[in-house]
Each structure stands twice: as structure tokens, then as C-alpha cells.
Write a protein that binds this ligand. Structure first.
Ligand SMILES: *Cc1c(COP(=O)(O)O)cnc(C)c1O
Length: 389
């Protein structure tokens, strides 16, 4: 079996978790803060709030930007459902922006057109846009940032795929073009803590809000109390928060993994290079990376010649033990969203085409040349066969 992605855990990870588990702190201890500062340094941002998943991080990010009932949030038509669900948790409405086929990221032209249409028709514009960095390549953040200033919305980057990627010379997560960036440490992502995620931001006010919401809306800081501070036992719940905390031993794993991020990204890029070289001339569209950015290659998504070759290829590769995947069904096609009756697939022609042809083939740091060759021959046989018809 060759999975589409797989974590890489080594002895140093085991040792980090072991010493965390044998320490005094199993839930909240010094390793959470230590992981947070290591991540802050790695992505060149001022504040990191580590949480128990990227889904939680997206929820908190929306709340911290004031998203609530009656508000509108936009995100990419092609992403994992969590990118849209975050808005729904806050009671806000969600709408989608079409993608560009080549990068599978939000198409700036489609975004601009949709915003202008809102202006022309006097319709509500989004309070927040969640830009997704699909497969590990940053979306066009500087153009999105310009539009956010022009049309008055805020930006969250869903960088669940893109830890270790760069955009215009800066690490994804430095928040030059957004209020908050979110990372995932789920097992298939760039580094893992089992389950886990983080919000990062340069705003001290947003960071304080995120910190409070992560832990029940409670503060213990005497300076922040609304009542006179009676003594050391005292804390206040100032708003409705959650328990979205990550544990100390997960943070230990995260920091240990983070120290090898560069190597993980390097290996994934070598796999991408191999595919570029060896999948040439097969009638597939392979992913490209724009010249002002680097990808972390969470996924390697090829576009098959047509949708019928997709089904056949998927099934034949699966039957040969190559666990290819489809990332993703357009979010508006999930029953929870489609039954709202608000979304028309015809409004998202590129997302539709992408979905009908996309196939994620295996990419992870430890994949061997032999495994890559079997991916290639499974793909070649199938495509060659299909092309006869
Ligand atoms: C994985 C993923 C998430 C959710 O991450 P979790 O840590 O599993 O909650 C959100 N957005 C995107 C784009 C993802 O791929």
C-alpha cells in the first residue's frame, strides 16, 4: 500500500514526547509556549496561539475578527470543508469564490468580479475572506490584500497545507497580507502533533482575544479584570470561550517535528521534481508553482485528461494498492451546503472542471524511488489505455 501522504516520526520525536509525558505537565505546561515561540520564529510572526486542531483555529480566527450572525464570509470553492464550517459555527453565511485551474487557488479575477457585482447590485460584501493555500502553494495574497482594502473585508489565510512554503520571499504565516494565518498539524499535514493547529498573527489585540477564547473565555491577568482583583485565586470568564487547548506532549512532538520542517519540505519538493520529470508527455496537467513563491507540496494533484478517465484511473490505482485521493469535492456540493439551495455549480466553472479531473497522487518525505516508479507505471498504463478510446 502506498498512501497519498504519511507522517514521519523519528527517535527524536519519541524522546521529546517521552520526556514530556514523564514531566509534571501532561496538559498545559512549558512546552506549549516553547512550541509557540519556535513556530513564531519559523514563520516570522509575533504571536502564535496553538490549539487542538486547525478547525478550532479557524473557528477562533473568525470569532476574533468579530464574525457573527448576519455576517458574510467567503472562501475558496475548492478546500476542505473546515474552511467554510468556521463561518457557520459563528452563525455567519458563507459563499464561495471560483478557482484558477493551474494553481487550484482562489482566482483573483473571479474574486474581483464577484465583489464588483456586489457593488453594482447593492448586495452585502464579505466581512472576512478565508484564502486557502491549496496543496501547499500560497494564493495571490498581495492582490487579495489590495482588494481587501478596496472593499473593506479582513483576510484569514488557511495555510493548513502550506507550513514551510514562501510567498514573495517571506514564510507563509508572516501575515503580511492578512490578520490571521491558520496552520494544521493533523497527521497528513506538513508536521504533526496527532491532532493540532495554530493561529498566528501580528496583532497583540487579536492574539489576546484568541488566547482567551482558546480557554473558556477566562482571564487570570489582574490587569484585565472587570471587578476589583481580590487575590491570587481569582479568575474571570469574560466571554463565551472554548476548551481548544493543545496538550504539552503534543506541543513537544510539534516542536521536535518543526525542527525538521525544512528537510520535510525539501523532500516533498524532490518528489515533485521527480513527478515533473517522469510524468512528462502523458497528457496530464501537472501542478505548477508561480515564480514568486515556493510550495510545501502537501499534495501533488494531477488533472487527468477528462472526468471519465478520472474514475477509471482512481479505481485501477486503488486496486493496485496506490491510495490516490480526490481533494476536494467543491464545498457547495456537500449535502449540508447544497440543501441550503443558495449555491449554483454553474457559478463555479473552474471548480467544477477541477473536481471532475483532479487526482492526488502519493507525496510524502519517505516515499521511495521504487514506490514512485509504481505510481508512475500504474498511472501510465491507465492513461495509455484510456487514450485508445
Ligand atoms: C486539514 C485541513 C483543515 C482542518 O485541519 P484539522 O487540523 O484537521 O482540523 C482545514 N483546512 C484545510 C484546507 C485543511 O486541509
Amino acid at each position: 500500500m502506498i498512501p497519498y501522504g504519511r507522517q514521519r516520526i523519528d527517535e527524536s520525536d519519541l524522546e521529546a514526547v517521552r520526556s514530556a509525558l514523564l514531566s509534571e505537565f501532561v496538559t498545559q505546561g512549558p512546552r506549549v509556549a516553547s512550541f509557540e515561540s519556535a513556530l513564531a520564529k519559523a514563520v516570522r510572526v509575533n504571536h502564535v496561539i496553538a490549539v487542538n486542531s486547525a478547525t478550532s483555529a479557524l473557528h477562533l480566527a473568525c470569532l476574533a475578527l468579530g464574525v457573527g450572525e448576519g455576517d458574510l464570509v467567503w472562501t475558496s470553492a475548492i478546500s476542505f470543508v473546515a474552511s467554510a464550517n468556521a463561518a457557520r459555527y459563528c452563525g455567519a453565511d458563507i459563499d464561495f469564490v471560483d478557482i484558477e485551474l493551474a494553481s487550484s487557488n482562489i482566482a483573483v479575477a473571479a474574486l474581483r468580479e464577484k465583489l464588483n457585482r456586489c457593488d453594482q447590485e447593492g448586495q452585502k460584501k464579505p466581512k472576512v475572506l478565508i484564502a486557502v493555500h491549496m496543496a501547499g502553494q500560497s494564493a495571490d495574497m498581495s492582490e487579495i490584500f489590495e482588494l481587501s482594502k478596496e472593499h473593506g473585508f479582513k483576510v484569514i489565510e488557511d495555510a493548513s497545507h502550506a507550513l514551510g512554503a514562501t510567498y514573495k520571499g517571506s514564510p507563509v504565516g508572516s501575515c503580511e497580507y492578512s490578520e490571521i494565518t491558520v496552520f494544521s498539524f493533523h497527521a497528513v499535514k506538513m508536521i504533526t502533533t496527532g491532532e493540532g493547529g495554530a493561529c498566528v498573527t501580528n496583532s497583540p489585540a487579536i492574539a489576546a482575544k484568541l488566547q482567551q477564547l482558546r480557554s473558556h473565555g477566562i482571564t487570570r491577568d489582574p490587569a484585565e479584570m472587570s471587578e476589583t482583583y481580590p487575590g491570587g485565586w481569582y479568575y474571570e470568564q469574560q466571554e463565551l470561550g472554548f476548551n481548544y487547548r493543545i496538550t504539552d506532549f503534543q506541543a513537544a512532538l510539534g516542536e521536535s517535528q518543526l525542527s525538521r520542517l525544512e528537510n520535510f519540505v525539501q523532500k516533498r519538493n524532490e518528489v515533485a521534481q521527480w513527478y515533473w520529470k517522469n510524468l512528462n508527455g502523458m497528457g496530464l496537467d501537472v501542478p505548477s508553482v508561480k515564480s514568486d513563491r515556493t510550495s510545501s507540496f502537501h499534495l501533488f494533484v494531477v488533472l487527468l485528461p477528462n472526468s471519465s478517465s478520472r474514475k477509471a484511473t482512481f479505481e485501477s490505482m486503488r486496486a493496485q494498492g496506490i491510495l490516490v485521493n480526490v481533494h476536494y469535492l467543491p464545498i457547495y456540493r456537500h449535502p449540508y451546503y447544497s440543501r441550503m439551495g443558495k449555491y449554483n455549480p454553474a457559478d463555479f466553472p473552474m471548480a467544477e472542471e477541477y473536481y471532475s479531473r483532479c487526482l492526488s497522487i502519493p507525496i510524502f518525505p519517505d516515499i521511495t524511488e521504487e514506490e514512485l516508479n509504481s505510481v508512475r507505471s500504474a498511472l501510465t498504463t491507465k492513461i495509455g489505455f484510456q487514450n485508445l478510446f
